[in-house]
Design a protein around this ligand. Sequence first.
Ligand code: ZN
Length: 216
Amino acid sequence: MNIEYEFEPKITINDYIFNRLNQNINEFATIEQLKEGVEKIIQCVPEQIIKIVEKEDWKLIITNKRDLEKQFGIEYKIFGITNFKEKEILVYAQKDPLKFSIIHEFGHIIDNYLNTISSSEDWKHITNVYAKRAVNHRDNFFTNEIPSEFFSDCVLTYCINKELFGEYNMAEIVSIIERIILILPYVKKEDNISASLTESEKLLKAFNEYNQEYIW
Ligand SMILES: [Zn+2]
């Protein structure tokens, strides 16, 4: 995987050990510690997903030198962002962003690779049935009822907290994600759904793609 680090420690090892500021718990004291954190997350991702991210030539940038909200004109705090225009995933070099954003952003790439499967009627139905109950639990795994965001949240949760689907009675989604993983190596981008779209669906899709140069 193509990973680039833009990292300058913001705390010392002593800051880290004594947790001088509460939020330090989220910071890494050394680049080696950060790299190990990233590797630990990547190891949780099924190989089939990693292969698509690599095949599609995405770069993962782990940074604490940028202001992503400012760079992308976003008015609230984000952990990371997928920039489709540059094929870059940008994630803050902190523990929570690594945990909750890297795989979530991979989810957007898989969604895009499957011709925006999150905009299909089938996934909208799944979102209608399950998203509210998941988001109501107010954890960092399920944060959003927008179908595309819920899709990415499901990919993330599948990779690092699969038990949650059982707790929330969402086992059906585990099967869907599993079938996605199984079929991924055999799917060629854009060869599956387009043919069945109506003209107005194609227009809507083009509009959505235009408006989705980047996505949090
Ligand atoms: Zn997202």
